[in-house]
Design a protein around this ligand. Structure first.
Ligand code: SF4
Length: 757
C-alpha cells in the first residue's frame, strides 16, 4: 500500500465539484494551461475540432463549454508541455522504459521526431522521415506475400487518413485491416446486420428528447461517455424512465451534478438518473432480455392486440412466430438462474417497456465482449421489434462507441471483411483490382504474428500491446515481427514491445493545426462532421496522418501507384473526400454538408424501415440461453475501466466514483465471496484464469476490495487483467475477445507487493 492508496466509499454524484477538481488537477499537471484552455474553447465547436475521446454526438447547438472531464483530460494530454524528444530517448534504454508503468510511459509527453530503434544501444535514435518511409517500403516489398503485413487502426484516425490507409494497403495487396472495433463493438455490428440489415445504431441524439424510456445495458456512461449524462438527466427531468442494467452500481447511472450548472455544483448531491436499476450476473443479459420478452408476450396473450405492434410485425419482420414460441418455452427457473434477477424484477423492467411507446436501448462493452454477445444484442433487437421500436421517432438501437471515429474508419474501408460492392467501387475509382480474400482481424493478426505468418505490423494510432488480450502471448508475437511501425502522438506500451526493427512516427494530434485543413469523423449516430485543430503543433517535425500514409505508400508502391495523386490528396483533403464520395455515395456533396452545423447524417436503412437483409425484413432471431454456471470456487471476472482512464490511456490511479484511490491493482468481489475464500478486504491475491487451452495465466498481487457486485462475479481493470484472457477466447460470430466473462479463481498472493503496471 503506497501512502496514496485508499479505498473509501464515494458518496458524491457523478460530475459535480469532483469533475472540476480532477480536471483542473490534470490540466495543471500537464503543464500547458493556456494551450489547453485555448484548445478547450474549440472543442466540439462547429469550426473547432472533434474530441479525441469517445463518440458521443455533439448537439446541433453546442454549449460554449461542450466537453466533459474526460474530454478535458484527453485534450490536456495532447496539449501537454511534456516532450518525449530525442534527448529524452538518449537518456533511456527501451528496456528501462519497458519497466515503467503505462501511466509513466504516457506521462513523458508528446513524441517530437521520427525515431528508429537501435538494437546495439537498445535505444530509439532520431531518423529522417524519408529514411523511415524507405525502411518501411523496403520491409514491405521484401515480404513473400502482402498478407504478411498487418495494418492496424485505432478509432482516433480521421476518415481521410483511414481512407488513404486502406487504399494503400489494398494497392499493396492485402485486406489485413484489423481495428480496435474488433475488440469492442464488432459484436454489435455482426448482430445488427443480421437482425435489421445495418451494423450501426438507428437513433439520433434528437430521439432521446422524444423517448418514453431509455434502457442502458452493460454501459458505464459516467466514465466512458460522460456527456451522455446530460442527455439522460434532461430525459429524467422530462419524466422519461431510465433503466440501468449493470452488474455494478455505477455512480453515473445513479446521480449526476452538471458541472456547468452552478446550483447543481453547489448543491453537491446531484439529481437522479436511473428510475430503475437492476444488477444481473455478469453475462446474464441474454436471460434478462428473454425474460423481459417473455413477460411482454404473456401480457399480449392476456390482452391480445394491446401490447405488440402487430402492424409492424406483419409488415416489417420475419420469424416472429418461431421466436415467440421459443421464448414462451423457456422456463422461469432457467431465466432467473442465468440472469441473477427474479421474475418479479424482470416483470418490473418489462413493465417499463410495455408502458412506453418510444424506447431506446443503449449498450456498450458489457454486452459485446462475451462468447454469446451476438445472441444478446440480437435479443435487444427482438425486444425492440416486438413493439415497433426501430424506425420510430424516439425509439431504436444505440450501441455507444467508445472511440471518436471508430465507426467512421469502418465506414471508409477499415475492415478485414470488405463488401464486394465497396471493392468494386474502390477498384473503379483507382483503376486496380483490390484483393478479395478477407483479411485478418485483431485476434487473427496476433496469431499470425505469433506463428510467423505476419512479419510487418503497422499501427495507425492506438496501443495494441495494451488493448489486446493474452498480454504475454501478444507481446511475444509483436516481438517476433521483422518490423513494427507505430504512428502516434505519445509514448505507450506498444512502443516498448516492438519488433526486431521498430519505428515511431509522430503525428499531429486532433487539437493541432494542420495548415488550414479539415478532417471528418463519424459519431455513434452516423453523423459526419468536420474537425480542424487550432493549437500549434507540439513539434515542427510532426506530420499529419494522411501525409504519413502518403509517405509510406510512395516509398512502398513507387511506380505501381504513381497514378494515385498522393501529394495532391495531402495538399487538400477535399480531394480525398471527393474520392470517398466516389466510392461511398452516402458521402456525396460532403464538402458542403460538413459546413452545416452538426454536419450530415449518413443515412440508416433500418431507421427508414428498409431492411437490407436476406429476407428483406427485420429478423426475429432466437438463441437459447447458455448455461454459464462455473465450477465451485470460480468467479466470472469482467475487465473494466477506471474513471482515470480512457481506453488504454491511464490518466491517474484514482477511480473516484468507485472509491478507489492511488492504485489500479484491485479486484472487486462480493463480501461473501471474499469471506468464503478465507480472505478479507484488503488482502492481496493472485488471480488465475481457467480456459481449456492448456496454458496457465495469472495476474499477480491484486488487492481485494469487497464491493457491491453480484455473488460469483468480480471485476478488475484492463490492461492489467488482459493477461488473463486467451487470444482464442472470442465471441461467436464476431471474434471479439471475451474480456467481460473470464472464469477465474483467487488465492493469497505468493508475493504480496507488485509495482503498478
Ligand atoms: S463525452 Fe466523449 S466526446 Fe464528449 S467530451 Fe466527453 S470524452 Fe469527449
Amino acid at each position: 500500500m503506497t501512502d496514496r492508496e485508499k479505498i473509501e466509499a464515494y458518496d458524491g454524484p457523478a460530475g459535480g465539484m469532483g469533475a472540476l477538481a480532477s480536471s483542473m488537477r490534470h490540466v495543471a499537471r500537464q503543464g500547458a494551461p493556456l494551450r489547453t484552455t485555448a484548445a478547450l474553447l474549440q472543442l466540439n465547436q462547429h469550426a473547432g475540432f472533434d474530441c479525441p475521446g469517445c463518440a458521443w454526438p455533439d448537439p446541433d447547438e453546442p454549449a460554449t463549454f461542450e466537453f466533459c472531464e474526460n474530454g478535458i483530460k484527453a485534450v490536456a494530454a495532447e496539449a501537454t508541455g511534456r516532450r518525449a524528444d530525442p534527448e529524452f530517448f538518449a537518456r533511456h534504454t527501451v528496456t528501462e522504459l519497458a519497466a515503467q508503468t503505462d501511466f509513466e510511459l504516457e506521462d513523458h509527453g508528446r513524441l517530437t521526431h521520427p525515431m528508429r530503434y537501435d538494437a546495439a544501444s537498445d535505444k530509439y535514435l532520431p531518423v529522417p522521415w524519408d529514411e523511415a518511409f524507405a525502411t518501411i517500403g523496403a520491409a514491405l516489398r521484401a515480404l513473400a506475400s502482402p498478407d504478411e503485413a498487418i495494418f492496424y487502426t485505432s478509432g482516433r484516425t480521421s476518415n481521410e487518413a483511414a481512407f488513404l490507409y486502406q487504399l494503400f494497403g489494398r494497392l499493396f495487396g492485402t485486406n489485413n485491416f484489423p481495428d480496435c472495433s474488433n475488440m469492442c463493438h464488432e459484436s454489435s455490428g455482426v448482430a445488427l446486420k443480421e437482425s435489421i440489415g445495418v451494423g450501426k445504431g438507428t437513433v439520433l441524439l434528437e430521439d432521446f428528447a422524444l423517448a418514453d424510456a431509455i434502457f442502458v445495458i452493460g454501459q458505464n456512461p459516467g466514465t466512458n461517455h460522460p456527456r451522455m449524462l446530460t442527455t439522460l438527466q434532461e430525459a429524467h427531468r422530462r419524466g422519461t424512465k431510465i433503466v440501468a442494467i449493470n452488474p455494478l452500481k455505477e455512480r453515473g447511472l445513479e446521480r449526476f451534478a452538471h458541472p456547468k450548472k452552478p446550483l447543481e455544483l453547489l448543491g453537491g448531491t446531484g439529481t437522479p438518473i436511473a428510475t430503475h436499476y437492476a444488477q444481473p450476473l455478469i453475462g446474464g443479459d441474454l436471460a434478462v432480455l428473454h425474460g423481459m420478452a417473455k413477460v411482454v408476450l404473456d401480457a399480449e396473450e392476456r390482452a391480445p392486440g394491446t401490447v405488440l405492434d402487430h402492424a409492424f410485425i406483419r409488415g416489417h419482420t420475419s420469424g416472429f412466430d418461431d421466436y415467440a414460441a421459443r421464448v414462451r418455452a423457456i422456463d422461469w427457473a432457467t431465466i432467473e438462474r442465468q440472469s441473477g434477477l427474479t421474475r418479479v424484477q424482470l416483470e418490473e423492467l418489462a413493465g417499463v417497456y410495455t408502458a412506453s411507446q418510444r424506447v431506446i436501448v443503449c449498450w456498450a462493452m458489457g454486452l459485446t465482449q462475451h462468447k454469446h454477445a451476438v445472441p444478446t444484442i440480437q435479443a435487444i433487437a427482438n425486444l425492440l421489434l416486438l413493439r415497433g421500436n426501430i424506425g420510430r421517432p424516439g425509439g431504436g438501437a444505440c450501441p455507444v462507441r467508445g472511440h471518436s471515429n471508430v465507426q467512421g474508419d469502418r465506414t471508409v474501408g477499415i475492415t478485414e471483411k470488405p463488401a464486394a460492392e465497396f471493392l468494386d467501387r474502390l477498384g473503379a475509382a483507382f483503376a486496380f483490382e483490390p484483393p478479395r480474400a478477407h483479411g485478418l482481424d485483431t485476434v487473427g493478426a496476433i496469431e499470425a504474428m505469433a506463428e510467423g505468418r505476419a512479419r510487418v505490423f503497422v499501427s495507425m494510432g492506438g496501443n495494441f500491446a495494451a488493448a489486446t488480450p493474452d498480454a504475454e502471448y501478444t507481446w511475444a508475437a509483436l516481438r517476433r515481427c521483422h518490423l513494427t511501425v507505430q504512428i502516434a502522438t505519445k509514448l505507450n506500451r506498444s512502443h516498448v514491445v516492438h519488433g526486431r526493427e521498430a519505428l515511431l512516427l509522430p503525428c499531429l494530434s486532433r487539437s493541432e493545426r494542420d495548415g488550414n485543413q479539415r478532417v471528418t469523423v463519424e459519431d455513434s449516430m452516423s453523423m459526419v462532421h468536420g474537425s480542424s485543430g487550432r493549437n500549434a503543433p507540439a513539434s515542427p517535425h510532426l506530420l499529419s496522418e494522411p501525409a504519413i500514409v502518403a509517405g509510406i505508400a510512395k516509398a512502398t508502391l513507387g511506380a505501381r501507384a504513381s497514378h494515385v495523386p498522393w501529394d495532391d490528396f495531402v495538399a487538400d483533403y477535399a480531394r480525398i473526400r471527393a474520392k470517398i464520395a466516389e466510392v461511398i455515395p452516402a458521402f456525396a456533396d460532403s464538402e458542403a454538408r460538413i459546413r452545416r452545423p452538426g454536419g450530415f447524417h449518413l443515412g440508416n436503412t433500418a431507421r427508414d424501415r428498409q431492411w437490407d437483409t436476406p429476407t428483406g425484413k427485420a429478423n426475429f432471431l432466437f438463441h437459447a440461453i447458455p448455461d454459464l454456471t462455473l465450477p465451485d470456487g470460480q468467479l466470472r471476472l469482467m475487465t473494466i475501466r477506471s474513471h482515470d482512464q480512457y481506453n488504454t490511456t491511464i490518466y491517474g490511479h484514482d477511480d473516484r466514483y468507485r472509491g478507489i484511490y492511488g492504485t489500479r491493482r484491485v479486484i472487486l468481489m462480493h463480501a461473501d465471496d471474499v469471506a468464503t475464500r478465507g480472505l478479507a478486504d484488503g488482502d492481496v491475491v493472485d488471480i488465475a484464469s481457467h480456459f481449456d487451452d492448456g496454458r496457465s495465466r495469472v495476474a499477480r498481487a491484486f488487492r481485494v476490495v469487497a464491493y457491491d457486485i453480484p455473488r460469483g462475479c468480480a471485476a478488475a481493470y484492463f490492461p492489467e487483467a488482459n493477461v488473463l484472457v486467451p487470444v482464442g477466447a472470442v465471441a461467436d460470430g464476431s471474434r471479439t475477445p471475451v474480456s467481460k466473462f473470464v472464469p477465474v479463481s483467487v488465492a493469497r498472493a505468493a508475493q504480496p507487493v507488485l509495482r503498478e503496471r
